[in-house]
Design a protein around this ligand. Structure first.
Ligand code: CIR
Length: 294
């Protein structure tokens, strides 16, 4: 089936043309807010506000380096500093943005703020996950226009997946990856914790925690896998943002993963992320909500 003229191109690897972010200044607001929130939100350590601002600026420069337009999401009283991780509150379908319904209760207000801002900016909102349905954007990867992977885990439930399928329609194959318990319901463990697309048929994966059916499905569809070594999983080696095909942003401290991606022909930008990624476990994919890709 051909892609209609006004359909969004759905993939996670095309050159970024438009992307939404929220700066630490609007998500974290101040060191006092960070100090009040980091433990209740289950962060590993206390992020430093000034370091976060500097690290985020560098990420933005890299993204703008491929010509992407950056849209900044606003601050809002109802948001916690988890709102830095803008990917999770929305996902996409061919007709526009789908607002999510967060599996982490403390993040419940985020999709509403995304929606309000997108509507004001003229970005089409095509649907929303509601009621008992839970979906977070980090649990969804679009492989192409007609194939999408979604995780069933602690952040995305069966009712959320049912609603997502209804919104994307019968022409899209939705492959469900049932995640393992791993560290339990209070940890953050998304589909994108174990897979990051690098190119159309090239995926960075952490196989030890991959559902067998999902891994086999990728292989059956001709995908090649670059493996993250065990010692680089906890340091977010597997959370890598493609800003163009085989051009990626990764968190520093994962040299073997970097070497393997370079051996697969990737250009790798390494960012310092001691404040914006490591404490809250949100890597470059979580920090960005791509809206338009080539
Ligand atoms: N897509 C992602 O993996 N997002 C990371 C979100 C981290 C945030 N501290 C959370 O627990 O939701």
């Amino acid at each position: 089936m051909s892609v209609g003229m006004n359909e969004l191109k759905l993939n996670e690897v095309g050159r970024l043309k438009r992307v939404a972010l929220r700066r630490p200044e609007q998500a974290m607001l101040s060191q006092a807010k960070i100090d009040a929130e980091w433990k209740p939100l289950n962060y590993h350590t206390r992020p430093d506000f000034e370091v976060a601002i500097a690290e985020h600026k560098r990420l933005v420069e890299i993204i703008q380096g491929v010509g992407a337009e950056v849209i900044y999401l606003p601050a809002q009283e109802s948001l916690t500093m988890d709102s830095l991780y803008v990917r999770d509150a929305a996902t996409l379908c061919a007709k526009g943005v789908i607002l999510c319904n967060m599996g982490k209760p403390a993040r419940a207000a985020e999709p509403g703020v995304h929606g309000e801002h997108f509507r004001k900016a003229g970005i089409p909102v095509a649907g929303a996950i509601t009621g008992e349905g839970k979906v977070e954007g980090g649990d969804i990867i679009w492989l192409d226009q007609r194939h999408v992977g979604i995780a069933r885990g602690y952040r995305t439930n069966a009712e959320g997946i049912r609603q997502f399928k209804e919104i994307v329609g019968p022409d899209v194959h939705v492959e469900v990856a049932v995640l393992p318990h791993y560290k339990g319901p209070f940890d953050v463990f998304h589909l994108m914790s174990i897979i990051s697309p690098l190119d159309e048929k090239l995926q960075l994966v952490y196989s030890p925690l991959m559902p067998v059916t999902f891994r086999e499905w990728l292989l059956d569809h001709g995908h090649q896998l670059v493996e993250v070594p065990e010692e680089e999983f906890a340091s977010m080696g597997c959370n890598v943002l493609a800003i163009a095909p085989r051009e990626v942003v990764m968190v520093k401290g994962n040299p073997e993963t970097q070497r393997r991606m370079e051996a697969a022909g990737c250009k790798v930008h390494v960012i310092d992320a001691d404040a914006i990624s490591v404490p809250g476990e949100g890597g470059p994919t979580c920090l960005t909500r791509p809206l338009i890709r080539a």
